[in-house]
Design a protein around this ligand. Structure first.
Ligand SMILES: NC(=O)c1ccc[n+]([C@@H]2O[C@H](COP(=O)([O-])OP(=O)(O)OC[C@H]3O[C@@H](n4cnc5c(N)ncnc54)[C@H](OP(=O)(O)O)[C@@H]3O)[C@@H](O)[C@H]2O)c1
Length: 299
């Protein structure tokens, strides 16, 4: 049976609103949002969206009760809440929900052992996926998961790409020619809606799907920013290994800047999904135009 009733947990973060918008735009789903009781984030959704308040620690029995009758659960919460995601998955199984999309949406591939070693965040995503896999294997009602890996969120602040427009400069690794897959939030929302539409197919069942808006080099992005802002940036080359040697220990200590810098590097150096199996065609996703997207971001 087609997926109709979809619950989102984390609809009010960076990614969640785009997922919510695209699920509604598809016209195929009845959408429900779970919000933790203490949530202070905005709660203005279209009238068709049902909102359910859940205790802050998302107890399995309470969440399972609230999920009864739902077909799918999409999780777009802040990525460090591994145990919370596992509880959500346990509750989904208990409630008979079939399809689970975890908070992967990675800049990097959480199936890549090297990436997981360098940035523990991806090990956490792999840990959640392992739990989902075990639940799927023991499920009697056909529970399955699909993860989306999208590369860096392209809409993120230009500073996160080391483009400092106000200072007229940018950094690149090496010669800046290495290409990486990256996605706009809208494209990720569209991909999520398509995955839910496809439901339990051989291509989506317990699979990690790689998507992109485009696969571009740092030089291409900088050139697009220069065109959109009618400016010329001074580009400095930095050594990738030295950069990671500097930031990895800080990331390991829990320093958020360290984690951000490390993930910028990994998602720039190890994120070319065209070298893997890209799922854009499967999901009916067109590539986007880099200049148009950059112009939209710079307003
Ligand atoms: N590829 C990339 O470049 C990139 C960048 C960023 C994130 N991501 C990924 O995208 C996904 C979503 O991340 P995001 O940055 O959009 O998330 P975010 O903005 O950090 O998450 C905010 C959402 O998480 C919920 N949340 C926060 N703390 C919570 C808690 N203790 N218990 C329950 N809910 C909590 C918030 O709920 P309330 O509304 O209740 O506050 C809010 O809806 C993650 O998988 C992340 O790894 C990828």
């Amino acid at each position: 049976m087609a997926t109709q009733k979809v619950t989102i947990v984390g609809a009010d973060g960076k990614l969640g609103p785009s997922v919510l918008d695209e699920l509604l735009a598809s016209g195929k789903f009845q959408v429900c949002v779970f919000k933790r009781a203490s949530s202070k984030s905005k709660s203005e959704y279209p009238p068709s969206v049902r909102v359910v308040r859940v205790s802050d620690d998302f107890p399995v029995d309470e969440v399972a009760d609230a999920l009864k009758g739902q077909d799918a659960l999409v999780v777009t919460i802040t990525p460090y809440l591994t145990e919370l995601q596992k509880r959500l998955a346990d509750a989904a199984v208990k409630a008979g929900v079939k399809h689970f999309i975890p908070a992967d949406f990675g800049s990097c591939d959480s199936q890549d052992k090297k990436v997981c070693e360098l940035a523990p965040l991806y090990g956490r995503k792999a840990d959640v996926r392992q739990h989902l896999q075990e639940l799927s294997a023991s499920s009697r009602h056909g529970f399955f998961w699909t993860s989306l890996v999208c590369g860096h969120f392209f809409n993120d602040d230009l500073h996160l790409k080391h483009i400092f427009l106000e200072d007229g400069r940018a950094d690149v690794f090496g010669d800046g020619e290495l290409r990486a897959s990256t996605s706009t939030l809208k494209q990720i929302g569209r991909a999520t809606a398509k995955v839910l539409e496809l439901g339990a197919s051989e291509k989506t069942k317990n699979r990690v799907l790689y998507i992109q808006s485009f696969c571009v080099s740092q030089n291409q992005v900088i050139a697009a920013v220069e065109r959109a802002a009618s400016t010329k940036l001074k580009v400095e080359s930095i050594d990738a290994q030295k950069f990671m040697d500097k930031w990895k220990p800080k990331a390991d200590e829990g320093d958020p800047d360290g984690a951000e810098e490390l993930i910028w590097a990994l998602g720039t150096l190890y994120a070319n999904w065209e070298e893997r199996e890209l799922s854009n065609n499967l999901l009916g996703l067109s590539e986007e135009d880099l200049d148009e997207v950059v112009a939209g971001i710079l307003g």
